[in-house]
Design a binder for this molecule. Structure first.
Ligand SMILES: [Zn+2]
Ligand SMILES: [Zn+2]
Ligand SMILES: [Zn+2]
Length: 150
């Protein structure tokens, strides 16, 4: 799907929830969608300038990303400090806890959902050691199908 069409649908969806995606927010989303891979905040600053011929301060990028993450429209990959648009951005269903498969060769990222029981088992065994866990997000590194076929 072309990113502008997807963006329209996303903006429409959030509008109906009373959340407005301002022009800057939509531009950040467009940058991420066009990138086809996760980007760091500084990659976004650079790509933004290139795509829109406009500079945006890193602070604003972080602020917008925080907002977009809060509404589950953008996810952060903690292990690589990069951001990507949710694969369910335009979906109407409830967002499950996101998990990611990260290809270390081509850096593509796939968002998957993992059965709740996996997390329950994990957090139970962690709880037994008295350690308190931050909300779980799995980031599994490896090789994607396309790369492993090469
Ligand atoms: Zn998501
Ligand atoms: Zn979906
Ligand atoms: Zn790959």
């Amino acid at each position: 799907m072309a990113s502008s069409k997807l963006l329209d649908r996303v903006a429409q969806k959030y509008k109906s929830k009373g959340i407005s995606l301002t022009e800057k927010r939509q531009k950040i989303l467009a940058v991420l969608l066009n990138a086809k891979q996760a980007l760091s905040a500084y990659d976004i600053v650079d790509a933004y300038k290139e795509e829109f011929n406009q500079s945006i301060p890193a602070m604003s990028v972080y602020r917008i990303l925080d907002f977009l993450m809060e509404i589950d429209l953008v996810h952060k990959l903690e292990s690589v400090n990069q951001f990507l648009v949710c694969e369910h951005a335009a979906c109407e269903h409830e967002h499950a806890k996101a998990q990611f498969l990260i290809c270390d060769d081509c850096h593509s990222v796939q968002e998957i959902s993992v059965d709740k029981s996996v997390f329950n088992t994990l957090s139970n065994s962690v709880a037994n050691s008295g350690f308190s866990l931050r909300p779980l997000q799995l980031e599994l590194h490896g090789t994607c199908l396309a790369c492993s076929e090469n």
